[in-house]
Ligand binder design. Structure first.
Ligand SMILES: [Zn+2]
Length: 220
């Protein structure tokens, strides 16, 4: 509406792509102009506040855990949905979406704990399913917990084979943060971008059913 007003097209601050767009498309055009700029600001914030070199540190909060899962899919324009969402599959990616976004009430670190009116620290939210006395986060539930990790073994075996066929580092040599990233739908760091689409197509149908089994187990 703003750019539909006669005379605005001569404003030197109006981006050329917006000025040249048809009146009905100016809003969309302006949004498309802003997205890469806003994404660059967010990237700067992420790189400043959550540098990759700190990834090996223990999780002190959900933000650290989130970047462990999402970092590799945050390198592109942040307004571009992850490929596990945009890939057309007959399987519903909602279970994966809930775990990736830490919107999962069955994982202890996602729930609020109150004792004597004091809120527990993130690091105090231990797994309630095994006896390892370990932080009950996604990484633990999927890769470590004796109660649930067996459910994700089949897709990990598939990923292990695919990695080796593609000439990538062996699964067992990857740091845990990259393992959790891959099992939750991100391509391996060493895989060229042009192969990412093919990777998603090949792996998502393997991953989704088992993440669904995992979620079903955790809710029982
Ligand atoms: Zn456990």
């Amino acid at each position: 509406m703003l750019f539909a007003i006669k005379g605005m097209y001569t404003n030197p601050y109006t981006p050329s792509q917006v000025a040249q767009a048809k009146a009905k498309n100016t809003g969309k055009s302006f949004a498309n102009f802003l997205k890469p700029l806003a994404s660059a600001v967010w990237h700067k914030d992420i790189n400043h506040n959550h540098p990759a070199s700190h990834d090996a540190l223990p999780f002190t909060g959900s933000t650290r855990a989130c970047f462990n899962i999402m970092r590799d899919s945050l390198k592109t324009n942040l307004f571009t949905p992850s490929s596990f969402i945009t890939h057309h599959s007959v399987l519903n990616p909602m279970n994966l979406f809930r775990i990736r976004t830490q919107s999962h009430g069955a994982i202890p670190t996602h729930t609020y704990h109150f004792e004597d009116n004091m809120r527990n620290l993130y690091g105090d939210r231990l797994c309630t399913r095994c006896t390892n006395n370990t932080l009950g986060c996604e990484t633990h539930a999927i890769l470590e917990c004796t109660f649930s990790k067996h459910l994700v073994s089949p897709p990990i075996n598939t990923l292990r084979t695919l990695l080796s066929k593609a000439g990538n580092p062996f699964w067992d040599f990857l740091p845990m943060q990259e393992q959790i990233s891959i099992i939750l739908g991100n391509p391996p760091l060493s895989l060229p971008t042009k192969l990412h689409k093919a990777w998603t197509k090949t792996t998502l149908n393997e991953i989704l059913p088992h993440i669904s089994f995992l979620e079903a187990l955790m809710y029982t």
